[in-house]
Ligand binder design. Structure first.
Ligand code: ATP
Ligand code: MG
Length: 229
């Protein structure tokens, strides 16, 4: 299947347990997300939020139930098409021992140096350009990044990739309040027309979401919008 331009999701009675685990990580999750809708996912640690996002990228296959994109089963999309359709910020960000440029080009091989520098400035990482610019070596044998810098690097990657579906797992974790506000504003601006699922522990900024779901113990226990909850 080709890469869709807009993404609507239909998650139907999804259940999943990790290999060799008797406990189900997801239990009967059903959720419809229209194209262009922004959904926030809340819930206590270990309730299954990241697992749900991972099933949407086909990192794992569900035991029961299914996920549809624009009415087509997720399993009908090959890995390349699916990767092209999703911009992901995962909870654990991977830094490659490579130049700053190569760490970003992974997400967008065609991007020009101007685009890379501009996105770094927009996420507040212009400091990384100080010494050797985009040739700065990151990771082993080079500059290590703080937790907050790593998050913003991952956000820069996701923005460069610019897919119709954004899956964001606590994208502002570890950022101070002011930086968090800037990043949430930036994300809101660039994802206006896109479908967004964002896991968060913070209540800040939730008024901008079309829908908020609360998970507990692998299930959705509440769903509504900001004033309801
Ligand atoms: P947090 O807010 O701490 O990130 P979460 O809601 O994202 O939590 P998940 O990471 O989805 O929670 O985990 C759901 C459950 O699945 C937890 O009980 C966790 O221990 C378990 N789990 C997560 N990843 C694995 C794995 N790779 N193998 C086995 N069990 C896992
Ligand atoms: Mg998680």
């Amino acid at each position: 299947h080709a890469v869709p331009e807009r993404v609507a999701l239909d998650i139907n009675n999804l259940s999943f347990a990790y290999p060799d685990q008797s406990q189900m990580a997801l239990r009967g999750i059903s959720l419809k997300v229209d194209a262009g809708q922004h959904v926030a996912i809340l819930g206590r640690t270990g309730c299954g939020k990241s697992t749900l996002l991972q099933l949407l990228t086909r990192a794992w296959e569900p035991h029961h139930g299914e996920i549809r994109i624009n009415g087509e089963a997720l399993s009908q999309f090959d890995e390349t098409a699916l990767r092209a359709a999703t911009s992901v910020v995962s909870q654990r960000v991977h830094l490659f021992s490579a130049t700053l440029r190569d760490n970003l080009l992974l997400a967008a091989p065609q991007a020009s140096d101007e685009q890379l520098s501009s996105i770094l400035t927009r996420v507040g990482l212009e400091k990384l350009l100080e010494d050797a610019g985009l040739n700065s070596w990151l990771g082993e044998g080079g500059r290590q990044l703080s937790g907050g810098e790593l998050r913003r690097l991952a956000i820069a990657r996701a923005l460069l990739h610019d897919a119709p579906l954004f899956l964001l797992d606590e994208p502002t974790e570890g950022l101070d309040a002011e930086t968090e506000r800037q990043i949430l504003d930036l994300l809101a601006e660039v994802t206006k027309e896109k479908t967004v699922l964002m896991v968060t522990h913070r209540l800040r900024g939730l008024a901008n979401f079309d829908s908020i779901i609360v998970m507990d113990n692998g299930q959705i226990i509440e769903q509504g919008n900001h004033p309801d909850l």
